[in-house]
Every structure is written in C-alpha cells, then in structure tokens.
Write a protein that binds this ligand. Structure first.
Ligand SMILES: Cc1cc2nc3c(=O)[nH]c(=O)nc-3n(C[C@H](O)[C@H](O)[C@H](O)COP(=O)(O)O)c2cc1C
Length: 421
C-alpha cells in the first residue's frame, strides 16, 4: 500500500491534546511524491495555448516563475480530455501532438526544484464547441449551454449510457499522456460546474438512470473516472480531486452531499481533495468573491456576440464580499468526515492565513491570485520579506485570460506569451 502522506506527518501528535503545528515550509509527501513545502500553485487557466497548442516557451516560463518562486507543486490548467471538452478556444486537449510541448513545461518546473501537476477537465454542457457538422456539446442531461451560444450551438444534449465508458477512457488516456510528458501528479476537475460537477449537481443532472437521483448515483460517473485514471497512472502518481463544497445556487450541490461525495472519493483511492465551490457558468463570483470582473471581461472580447453573451450573464456575476479562507467554515464538515489530506483554496492571501489553514486541519494550501500577483511569494514569505500577498482581489486577472493570457494588472510579473492572432 502506497503512503498518502509523509512517513512522519507533521501532524504527528506529541500527546493527545497537543498536535504539533505544521510548518508550511517543511517538506512532506503525497502518496510518496516528495514536496518541498505545503504551497501549491492552483490551476488558473493561463491563456498560453493559442490554437489549442501550448506555447512552449511562454507556458514554460509562466510555470517556471512559480517554481522558481518557491511553490512545491505547480498545477498546469486546463487540460481537456477530448476536443469537445474545451470551454475556451485556446485550451489544450491532451493529445499526443502536444506532449513535447508539455515536456518542455514540466522540465522548466523541475529545473527549479518543484513538481508538476496537470488539471484534467471536461466542460460537458458548458463547452465552447460546435464540433463536427454542428454536433452539440454533451452533459448529464439536456440543457442550455451559455458558452455554446458563442459558437451557434445554444443547447447541449444528454450523454448516452454507452458514451460514458469512452469518456472515462478519455480521462484515463489523458492522464497517462500527462505522466509521459513528465507530470508528477494529476488533478481531476470535479468542481466549478464542469462535466463531473454537472453530474453531481441535482439542478443539472436530471437523469433517471443509475447516474442520476441519489448522491451515490450522481457520484457514479465521477468515481468511474477516478478509478479509470488510477488504473492508467498506477499506484505511484498522486491523484488530487478538486471538488465543490457547495455549488452556491438554488438546486445545486449542498454540503451534506459534498461530504458524502468526499467519503466516496476517499473510498475510491483519491489522494487529496481541493475544497472549492461555485460554478463558472452560473455564479462565478461564489468561486472568486470580491469585485466582479464582468465589465472587464466584456471589454476584452473581440467579437460583438461575445460581448452580448457576457452582458446577458452579468446578473449572475455580481460582486460578493471577500474574506480570507472563505471556504473554511464549510470545509470543516469535510474535515470531520474524511482522513484524506485536504487542500485549502480560496482567499489564502497572507502568511497568517496559511498558518491558520494548516492549524484548522488542511494539509496544504493552493494559491491562485496571490501567485499571479507575485510568483515569488512563497520565497518572500520564507525569507520574511513579505507577510501579505499584495493582491487586491480586483479579479482583473480573470478577464486578462481572454486578452493575452493571465497577468496581474497591478504587478506585471508574469512572462508575456505569444500573442493571439
Ligand atoms: C485567472 C484565473 C483562472 C482560473 N482558472 C481555473 C482553472 O482553469 N481551473 C480551476 O479549477 N480553477 C481556476 N481558477 C480558480 C482558482 O484555481 C482558485 O480556485 C480561485 O482563484 C480561488 O483561489 P485564490 O483565492 O487563491 O485565487 C482560476 C482563477 C483565476 C484567478
């Protein structure tokens, strides 16, 4: 049996009442994968794959910056497991023709002493994809596809029973390819309203077969994917699952079901859970909190139809109050139910929050916006030159994704990339 965490976990108890605090800068291990500290770069779509091909130098420099800046594990985003799973024009699909490019990226990460993870995902009924001869996107049930509107296919259709094994295979093969390209871990995207999260969501999954209804049934396909990926990558590669604690809209996944789902993930050999929430298509601000980025998003769109669709979506993207560790209260319910390493994401904006997250029961933290603002933040925390990230949660970096790649508008520290045509 492969160990999930380090042989001497930092949480080892001196006595029953006094757990030793976790040192965020000390090494640990996840399923035998040695990590130099507890800081993980969260998956933030980079916008470095023009035409769907990773821009070798740009993507390598982008992730090299976080690795050089001290992060232990850098998560490359968003690797679609089949062409129909993309939610943006310039997303990569894990096919053989991009493996050399990805190898360049993992080499850059390894060169700076960090490990590389890749987020594997499928957009399901939220895919910006028309497909061949106008084929529609596919989700758990029939529904309206807000991204599909941009490409003239506003509806998605329910996946047929006989299509599910093939899709699980797509995840497996993609994970195998990722390992071939030098990735040390994979992160399965089961949150934020993408395909596997759509299966879990009662408001979206209306199936009457064994994939719909009870939480066990709604979890069935995500768990099949997890098992398929484990079969593909074997025992040595950690599989991290990013999941929602709550979808955050009426009829969405609620905490009782996400606790049950976390237990099922544990029973099916997941190695760690990243506890997030919200939905990119229905309430993106629940995921991000802070200032809405919808106006910036409208501004950067090149086509009128895209501007129009985002204007229509604006009411679902209103600013929401931000506080540090905004998923912590919900996450405590998962902490009480599983023994898996849990990873904190969402508003880890200061060193004090890192310590608090680890003291509350998380085993590691993922940083998104804080590292976009300052890719060397981990090093700065460790050296004592900073205790706060400096990110203002203006969320403009999210809109920048659609312009020329993710960057912080306050601190342009990330490398630029090949310009889109
Ligand atoms: C520009 C940007 C792009 C993102 N892209 C993804 C993505 O591709 N996949 C994903 O799971 N989360 C994505 N996220 C969400 C982050 O992973 C993270 O869950 C969220 O930003 C909250 O963490 P933070 O407070 O540290 O930024 C993105 C976030 C940002 C800011």
């Amino acid at each position: 049996m492969v160990r999930r965490t380090s042989p001497i976990p930092s949480t080892t108890k001196c006595n029953i009442s006094m757990p030793r605090p976790i040192d965020p800068f000390a090494p640990w291990a996840l399923r035998g994968l040695a990590l130099r500290n507890r800081f993980i770069k969260a998956a933030t779509f980079e916008g470095h794959c023009p035409g769907g091909k990773p821009d070798r130098e740009g993507l390598a420099a982008f992730h090299g910056a976080f690795a050089k800046g001290g992060a232990a594990l850098c998560t490359v985003s968003y690797g679609s497991v089949e062409p129909g799973g993309r939610t943006l024009d310039d997303q990569m699909c894990l096919q053989d023709d991009i493996l050399d490019h990805l190898r360049h990226v993992t080499d850059a990460i390894h060169r700076h002493g960090a490990k590389a993870s890749i987020q594997l995902a499928h957009g399901g009924g939220f895919s910006k994809w028309r497909g061949w001869l106008g084929k529609r996107a596919r989700g758990p049930s029939n529904g309206l596809n807000s991204l599909g509107m941009l490409v003239g296919t506003p509806f998605y259709r329910a996946l047929r029973l006989n299509e599910l094994p093939r899709l699980a295979e797509d995840f497996r093969v993609s994970a195998e390819r990722a390992v071939q390209a030098g990735f040390d871990a994979v992160e399965l995207h089961m949150g934020h309203g993408y395909l596997l999260s759509q299966f879990l969501c009662p408001a979206i999954n209306k199936r009457r077969d064994e994939y719909g209804g009870s939480v066990r049934n709604r979890a069935r396909f995500p768990l099949q994917v997890l098992r398929a990926v484990r079969q593909g990558v074997g025992d040595a590669v950690p599989i991290i699952v990013k999941m929602n604690l709550r979808d955050g809209f009426r009829g969405g996944l609620e905490i009782e079901d996400s606790v049950a789902f976390a237990k099922l993930l544990e029973a099916n050999d997941a190695d760690a859970l990243v506890l997030s929430g919200g939905s990119s298509s229905r309430n993106a601000m629940y995921l991000f909190r802070g200032q809405t980025f919808v106006h910036a998003l409208i501004k950067v769109q090149r086509r009128k139809i895209d501007k129009w669709v985002y204007r229509m979506a604006a009411p679902t993207m209103k600013s929401l109050p931000f506080k540090e560790l905004y998923f912590l209260d919900l996450a405590k319910q998962v902490m009480a139910a599983v023994d898996l390493p849990l990873i904190c994401v969402g508003g880890v904006q200061s060193l004090a929050s890192v310590h608090r997250a680890l003291a509350e029961g998380y085993q590691a933290v993922q940083l998104g916006r804080a590292l976009i603002h300052d890719p060397a933040l981990v090093r700065h925390y460790q050296e004592g030159s900073k205790t706060e990230s400096g990110c203002t949660i203006c969320n403009q970096c999210v809109a920048e994704m659609d312009r020329d790649g993710v960057r912080c508008v306050l601190n342009d520290a990330l490398p630029t990339r090949v310009r889109l045509a």
